[in-house]
Design a binder for this molecule. Structure first.
Ligand SMILES: [Zn+2]
Length: 125
């Protein structure tokens, strides 16, 4: 799938789920963002298409999960832009996920630092 930016909210070149959209961006979102994003996408959809995006359909026999809703790409792009413009964080500061990400980042730094020190010592002979 070509990476393109859908400025027009009515763009429907692709349809994808929230999850697919997030994966394309390569980002992590917390539950707060996911929930706001879903609500806004659904609202934008109703505004443009004059119908509810949710098909209240039970999982087919043998399927465990409810069908995932798919939105036109323009709707997803628009919802994302609006939330970011409102300053909604992808991951809430001080949340468990944020702390976990910060720790991972710190670990990565410590590994790098260790490597620098080793390289520096090796240089010194
Ligand atoms: Zn599009």
């Amino acid at each position: 799938m070509a990476k393109k930016s859908c400025v027009d909210p009515t763009c429907a070149r692709y349809e994808m789920s929230q999850l697919e959209f997030r994966r394309l961006r390569g980002e992590l979102w917390d539950m707060g963002f996911i929930s706001k994003f879903g609500k806004l996408a659904s609202k934008l959809y109703r505004g443009i298409y004059k119908k509810h995006p949710d098909i209240k359909r039970r999982p087919l026999p043998g399927q465990k999960r409810w069908p995932v809703h798919r939105y036109p790409c323009g709707i997803l792009e628009q919802a994302y832009r609006q939330l970011r413009e409102q300053g909604v964080p992808l991951v809430k500061p001080k949340s468990a996920l944020e702390v976990e990400l910060a720790l991972k980042q710190r670990e990565r730094w410590m590994v790098l630092e260790h490597e620098w020190i080793r390289a520096w010592r090796a240089d010194e002979g």
